[in-house]
Each structure stands twice: as structure tokens, then as C-alpha cells.
Design a protein around this ligand. Structure first.
Ligand SMILES: CC(C)(COP(=O)(O)OP(=O)(O)OC[C@H]1O[C@@H](n2cnc3c(N)ncnc32)[C@H](O)[C@@H]1OP(=O)(O)O)[C@@H](O)C(=O)NCCC(=O)NCCS
Length: 225
């Protein structure tokens, strides 16, 4: 009987590719970097998320409590420590996205499964003040390349509501492929919503997603500016 594709009897390092700092990449909004989340990100995190409720809430899964309660600065320490614990266990890569060294959003690679699957999901949000400035695309490119190299993952998957044109565009620019439609997949704003599944595997990325983005003019390395 199979032990299941998530199980492994061969010892694997638990925290492949973590902790790590990625970037810089220069985009119209500024210089994008990824770094591990910090406890002291709480006030910036809360300020942006309370202000951007309308912008973010349409796309995020239902959680207990009101938006205000869930995104108060006082809610951050427990979220941060949960993500930190999961990262220590090798189950996620919880990044802060910074632009010009200022906290600007989050990118998370979650549900990391090793052994024969070597797969995870990728999710992200960026401050509305920077919308359309190339930040999310640069962050996805940096994280994807890292996941497929030092992170030794093979497949990343993103699920997006069909109405989320900005996020679909981000995935398209980063080379993710549409694989299908998950019916009534996730509960968002009180309804079970259809989501499109986008994915990318390591062997599809060639020289890497960052190289692809730079070649297309969507980002540059600092010295190329
Ligand atoms: C999705 C999100 C992360 C994109 O962040 P961003 O930093 O603005 O992304 P980028 O600038 O890298 O790319 C956005 C692209 O979408 C395009 N876009 C944005 N809104 C659009 C719209 N309404 N119609 C068409 N295109 C749109 C932008 O023009 C840009 O494409 P371009 O470079 O070809 O011009 C951000 O909008 C966000 O945080 N949204 C709320 C949370 C969310 O949806 N997370 C993802 C869940 S799957």
C-alpha cells in the first residue's frame, strides 16, 4: 500500500530555502525585495489592511471575526508567530514584500508538501497605493525562482477568482499557466466562489521567472537602470 505522496521515509532537510532575503528588482513603483516577516511589521501591516479593506476583502477567504478585529495591530503577533512556526517546520515561506525598504504587502508560499509531490500554493497582496506598479509581479517572480531552486519545490499553484483581473495579469506576466476551474472552491465574502487554477512547474521556467520578467522589460536589476 502506498504511504501517500506527502509521506517520506527518507530524511529531508525541513527548512529548505528558509530563512532568506530575495531581490532587489526594480519596477515602476520602486525597488522590490522579499524578506521574512517581522514582529515589528504589525503597525504597517494593520494600517494598510484597515485602510484597504474594500480592495482586499473581495479576494480573501472568510475568517472568524470582523475585518477590523482580524486586522488590528493586536492581531498581528499571533498571526506572525503561527507563520513563523510553520516556516520553521518547513511548511511555508512567509515573506514581507518591501518597496524601497518599506513594508508593502505579503507573499506566502503555503502548504508545502515534499516527497514525490514537492508542491505548494502561492498567495499575495500589495498596498493599494502601489497598484499597477509591478510590485506583485516582481515578488511572484522572485519567490517562484527561489521555490524552484533553493526551495527544491517542483510545482506552484495559485487559485484566483475569475473577476480578479489584476491577479490574473500578475500570474500571466510571471508565466503561470491556466489549468482549470475549481467550482465553488473557497468561501469569500460569505459565498462559495469559483476559482481559476493557475500553475507552474520547475522545468517550465527555463532561465527563471525573474530573467523572463527582465527580458520582457517588466523589471530590471538595480545596476541596469
Ligand atoms: C492582485 C495584486 C496583488 C496586484 O498587485 P500589483 O502590485 O498592482 O500588480 P502588478 O502591478 O505587478 O500587476 C498588475 C497588473 O494588472 C493590471 N490591472 C490592474 N487592475 C486591472 C483591471 N481592473 N483591469 C485590467 N488590468 C488590471 C495592471 O495594469 C498590471 O498589468 P500591466 O503591468 O500589464 O499594466 C493587488 O491588486 C492586490 O493586492 N489585490 C488584492 C488582493 C489580491 O487580489 N490578491 C491575490 C489573490 S489571488
Amino acid at each position: 500500500m502506498s504511504a501517500g505522496y506527502g509521506a517520506s521515509h527518507v530524511a529531508e532537510p525541513r527548512r529548505l530555502g528558509w530563512p532568506v532575503r530575495l531581490g532587489p528588482l526594480v519596477v515602476p513603483a520602486g525597488t522590490v525585495r522579499l524578506r521574512p516577516l517581522r514582529l515589528r511589521d504589525g503597525s504597517d501591516w494593520s494600517r494598510i489592511r484597515l485602510r484597504d479593506q474594500e480592495y482586499l476583502e473581495r479576494w480573501e477567504p472568510n475568517q472568524p471575526g470582523t475585518w477590523r478585529e482580524r486586522n488590528a495591530a493586536s492581531a498581528w503577533p499571533s498571526q506572525w508567530s503561527t507563520l513563523r512556526r510553520l516556516a520553521k517546520q518547513g511548511q511555508c515561506f512567509p515573506f514581507a514584500i518591501t518597496v524601497d525598504d518599506v513594508f508593502a504587502g505579503q507573499l506566502t508560499i503555503g502548504n508545502v508538501i515534499r516527497a514525490a509531490l514537492r508542491s505548494a500554493w502561492i498567495g499575495y497582496w500589495v498596498s493599494s497605493e502601489l497598484a499597477g506598479g509591478g510590485v506583485a509581479t516582481a515578488a511572484v517572480a522572485l519567490a517562484t525562482d527561489h521555490a524552484f531552486t533553493e526551495g527544491r519545490l517542483h510545482r506552484l499553484e495559485a487559485t484566483v477568482r475569475p473577476e480578479n483581473v489584476a491577479s490574473l495579469r500578475v500570474l500571466g506576466k510571471a508565466g503561470y499557466r491556466r489549468e482549470g476551474l475549481f467550482r465553488r472552491y473557497l468561501e469569500v465574502q460569505g459565498e462559495w466562489r469559483d476559482h481559476l487554477c493557475y500553475a507552474l512547474t520547475a522545468e517550465e521556467t527555463g532561465d527563471g521567472v525573474v530573467a523572463l520578467l527582465v527580458a520582457s522589460g517588466g523589471a530590471s536589476m538595480p545596476e541596469q537602470r
